[in-house]
Design a protein around this ligand. Structure first.
Ligand code: HEC
Length: 259
């Protein structure tokens, strides 16, 4: 009986350790409070919602891509979120990318292919700043991992545009955002009601589009999340089985020893 309690104790200890290791890391800061959203990719067993990621790609493509690049995503990666080869290639062909110069040495462009990355909306960062009142729209590939609060932060920014409180003056070219640290940023509210038309008939509210595009951006930032979660689960099961095995081994080794 005592031995069984030992085993239970060891198991509980192992599970507690795993829970601590898997928990979210939090950094302290004076940033506004972020409401925790209910993401399907959260937690040890979390997975991406393919429909949400695809809708989010549409929001990125139709809205955010006008100002933000997504350097680390190639068109072929779109196959991982449920587009077929032909669909991903068709999306690629909508873009043009720099090609080899022609025989006279003049620059040329060609339609993008599956192997190309999503092209940047601006030729260089100077052009990007010039078009945005001096502020540089950051690349969004790793955005959900680069900010404290991650996806909750990105969602809060997209839905955080409110009229400024009395007494706060907003300078020209700046916009008030309740979720942004300091509250003034150079991005005008990017999303408005009904801005995109979803192929699956989902109503395009500001909250829905913000949630979908954040879901998509989290996939872009961590495309291996599902494989990582699956491996983690396998490791946990392995460790539990190993604990049980060691307990039996210990019983056997100590069988004939007085204590
Ligand atoms: C009209 C151009 C424009 C569009 C469209 C736009 N952004 Fe931005 N975005 C900016 C600029 C400029 C900044 C930099 C703001 C600053 O530093 O004050 C920015 C900053 C951001 C930030 C970073 C905030 C931070 O913590 O630094 C996020 C996240 C973001 N944008 C997401 C999006 C998403 C998602 C979309 C599409 C729904 C989008 N943006 C559409 C111009 C744009």
């Amino acid at each position: 009986m005592i031995r069984l309690t030992h085993l239970a104790g060891a198991l509980a200890g192992a599970l507690a350790l795993i829970a601590v290791a898997a928990g979210p890391s939090r950094a302290a800061g004076d940033a506004p409070h972020l409401a925790a959203q209910d993401w399907t990719f959260k937690g040890v067993f979390g997975t991406f919602d393919r429909a949400a990621v695809q809708r989010g790609f549409k929001v990125y493509k139709d809205v955010c891509a006008a100002c933000h690049s997504l350097h680390y995503v190639a068109f072929r990666n779109l196959r991982d979120i449920g587009f077929s080869d032909a669909e991903a290639a068709a999306i690629a062909r909508e873009y043009s990318v720099p090609d080899e110069p022609d025989d006279a040495g003049d620059p040329r462009t060609r339609p993008a292919r599956l192997s190309d990355r999503l092209p940047s909306p601006y030729a260089n960062s100077q052009a990007a700043r010039a078009a945005n009142g001096g502020a540089l729209p950051p690349d969004l590939s790793l955005m959900t991992k680069a900010r404290v609060g991650g996806p909750d932060y990105v969602y809060a920014i997209l839905t955080g545009y409110t009229p400024p409180p009395a007494g706060v003056t907003v300078p020209a070219g700046q916009y008030y955002n309740a979720a942004f640290p300091g509250h003034l940023l150079a991005m005008p509210a990017p999303i408005s009601e009904g801005q995109v038309e979803y192929a699956d008939g989902t109503r395009a509210t500001v909250a829905q589009m913000s949630k979908d595009v954040t879901h998509f951006l989290h996939w872009a930032a961590e495309p291996n999340l599902e494989a990582r979660h699956q491996l983690g689960l396998q490791v946990i099961i392995f460790l539990i089985l190993l604990t049980i095995l060691f307990w039996f081994v210990k019983q056997r080794v100590w069988r004939n020893i007085e204590h």
